[in-house]
Ligand binder design. Sequence first.
Ligand code: ATP
Ligand code: MG
Length: 419
Amino acid sequence: MSDTIDRYILMHKDRAVAELNLDSITGVIASVGRVYEPLHVPVGIPVKKGRIDRAALNAWWKDRAIPASRMGIRDVLQKLCLSDTQLLPEKCLGLSLSDQYWICPADQKLSWREVNFFENTISQDMGNILFGKGTGSDQISFMSPDNTSDGWLKKKWVVRDGKRYLVKSGSGAFCQEPYNEVLAGRICGRLNIPHVPYDLWKDPESADGCPYSVCEDFITPDTELISAWRIVQTAKKPNHISWYRHYMECCGRLGIPGIKEAVDRMLVLDYLIMNEDRHLNNFGVIRNADTLEYQGAAPVYDSGTSLWFDTPTGLVRAGRKTGSKPFKSSHEEQIKLVTDFEWISFSALAGIWEEFREIVGDSLYIDRERCDVLCDALRDRCGMLEDIAVSAKKTVFVDSTEFDLKENIAYSGNTEDEE
Ligand SMILES: Nc1ncnc2c1ncn2[C@@H]1O[C@H](COP(=O)(O)OP(=O)(O)OP(=O)(O)O)[C@@H](O)[C@H]1O
Ligand SMILES: [Mg+2]
């Protein structure tokens, strides 16, 4: 075998799933060998006649790497003398804090217990480099889930009192995403929508007052997050079927409970906060990694790209046309997919806009004027949702592909120029 090929076993906790060979020059899966546990192959990757579709497995493996669109990644790669983020997952055995897949060198007998990041030490080296800090040593340890983290915002995992937390930045001149994450959690709390709560954090070593959001890992050593993107890969979408219906049908076939209710709630939240980036990797379901039993929808996470986060203050208003995801290209069309509004307590939402003012506090990035405009626009969105809920009682909506999103890709900002 060529000396640029590294032999691995794809593992799911302690289950050997399949043999695979990685090209160490490109980080690409060069070939896939025997499949030991077809049921444990990552969701949405076809296994036909005992063989894994290599292109599909490579797409899955590529999604495990930091996206090329990540803010500031060019500088990071330069510092590490690496050509591509695709080379990073191999350096941490492909381990993450969002699921239980990893790769074990074929000539080593490693157990999940001794390598997983839920229970073992996480190196801070990569997180420090991603946050533009030094590591204090020439010897970099890559054993960190930061090498397998998705998303375009700067982020790192940290451990406090034994718990794992994701620290995530904002972007642009307003750095608004962390405040939005906190607000989204508060709205969900008031409406009893299962969600990941986010807090604000500021780096005490930095004078720039830059806000970060912090949330706890909602995955445990027993569970895993499977994105909607993976779920929709489990069947080919017929052209005449909408993305919404396709997702519902895929979840139905997999026997995942409570999806209609969960999607209704997520779409209502996204309508209220004008979320622009609920792409198919920004929601999903939770599965038990041992039994493969689906538990239901994942709690709502990653709602920061919302509330006119990059719109100049003078242009912010509740009725401004803004794109939406994941099902329809406009919020006006997407909210029509919600058929039940009875669960919404509009009185519980009263004054939530004032709570946003309290969350923003004395931010150096969102001034008084912008805060006032955002609060007013959020109040107006609550009113608009209430009007929709009232008129929905009188009309019957029939879904079609007419306003479907053509391409489900993540927002990536104007990252390199933004820094
Ligand atoms: N609390 C959490 N627990 C476990 N996994 C998480 C958690 N939060 C995020 N993730 C995982 O990390 C990924 C990146 O996080 P997140 O979506 O918040 O980042 P982002 O940069 O805002 O993404 P995007 O590019 O979609 O804006 C998520 O898609 C999800 O797989
Ligand atoms: Mg995301």
